[in-house]
Design a protein around this ligand. Structure first.
Ligand code: KG4
Ligand code: ZN
Length: 353
């Protein structure tokens, strides 16, 4: 296992390859600078405006991106100590995501490339979440996953088990047939009145709750696929019945409700991950996506790995939620592979690998 260097890059290591990454797929505007695979800066402007609506409002998101993008890019370049003319390529999220939000980042990248003469690289947001596992600064000395590895990608929109055979060669082994794990967190948080995004709030309340206090329904989906819509409904019905008896049921029971719900979601995720390891024989396992910031999922994955002899890789939470460092990381590998985009490229709201 190598340290502090993205896997399999040394044969083609190019000196002074500077990638400017741009992320604008949902409600975070982010820019990052990566030099020769090492992160120099990663600036994220989160949009608070959506909180009061209980979810992301697409129109407001694109307007906020439009306001944030120039200052965020300026800050990322300044923090990295890199000038615009030193950028070799601008890598931007092409999709999947909200069309209006994606258009801001894509258009910015086109303008930047035209103005500076640098190359453009289109990036799949999901592939970027996976490669967040390779993101590191010069000071971050942590082991990087060997190839091949399995990645459990759990975000607000996706839940997938992916076999990563090379940085740009990924295969989806299983995925959710309805809601994503992040959606399950967010929707259940909403019915408890915990606001948006609910995942981090549930994580906090769960810390002092009993994971076995309540039982919620578990899906019966074959192979490596997931389902979370049944759990959401069972949680909703449970609360509805409990509140018939006691209208103030939620507040005093929040820690136990959150701990039991979180335990159910994490057990569903890890049961299929265990199956994927058994089926593929790949024992290097990584987490990715916003839900990978969940403290219980991280702890349980590590504990499982210790028991079953896996190598477990947990990216720092700042690289698991939406950020441009991961976009720049895909950009770096595509740069080395000579995969560039042209000025007529358009964003895609839906996009597979
Ligand atoms: O990857 P991400 O930032 O955006 C998407 O591409 O979807 O993921 C956002 C999701 C939200 O559903 C949010 O509730 C969840 O990640 N999340 C968490 C935690 N932090 C973020 N879920 C559970 N526990 C957390 N600590
Ligand atoms: Zn994301």
């Amino acid at each position: 296992m190598k340290k502090n260097r993205p896997a399999f890059s040394e044969e083609v290591m190019e000196q002074n390859c500077c990638i400017l990454g741009i992320e604008s797929s949902c409600d975070d505007t982010s820019a990052a600078v990566l030099r020769d695979g090492v992160l120099l800066s990663n600036v994220i402007a989160s949009q608070e405006v959506h909180r009061k609506y209980g979810g992301v409002v697409p129109e407001l998101a694109s307007r906020a991106h439009q306001q944030n993008i120039v200052p965020v890019v300026d800050a990322a370049l300044r923090e990295a100590g890199i000038s615009r003319k030193d950028i070799s390529a601008v890598a931007f999220t092409r999709g999947p995501g909200l069309m209006g939000s994606l258009l801001v980042g894509t258009s910015f990248a086109k303008g930047f490339a035209l103005a500076t003469g640098c190359r453009m690289i289109d990036v799949n947001h999901l592939q970027a979440h996976v490669l967040a596992n390779f993101v590191h600064t010069a000071a971050e000395d942590r082991p990087l996953p060997p190839l091949p590895f399995l990645c459990l990608l759990v975000s607000g929109g996706h839940t997938q088990i992916i076999a990563v055979r090379a940085p740009l060669e990924m295969e989806i082994l299983g995925q959710t047939i309805d809601d994503a794990a992040g959606e399950a967190f967010d929707k259940c948080a909403k019915v408890m009145g915990l606001g948006y995004p609910g995942g981090p709030v549930i994580d906090r309340y769960a810390a002092s709750g009993d994971i076995r206090k309540y039982q919620f329904s578990r899906p019966h989906v074959p192979d490596l696929d997931y389902s979370f819509s049944g759990l959401k409904t069972s949680f909703l019905y449970f609360l509805r019945d409990a509140m018939k008896e006691d209208p103030d049921f939620i507040e005093p029971h929040l820690p136990d409700l959150c701990a039991s719900l979180q335990h159910t979601i994490v057990s569903i995720l890890l049961d299929k991950l265990k199956l994927a390891v058994r089926q593929t024989g790949i024992k290097a396992v990584a987490l990715a996506g916003g839900v990978a910031a969940n403290s219980y999922l991280r702890r349980e994955t590590e504990a499982l790995g210790n028991r079953l002899g896996w190598q477990v890789f947990l990216p720092a939470p700042r690289y698991t939620t939406d950020n441009a460092a991961m976009i720049a990381m895909v950009g770096y590998y595509k740069y080395l592979a000579g995969e560039f985009a042209a000025q007529d490229i358009a964003p895609l709201a839906r996009m597979e690998f």
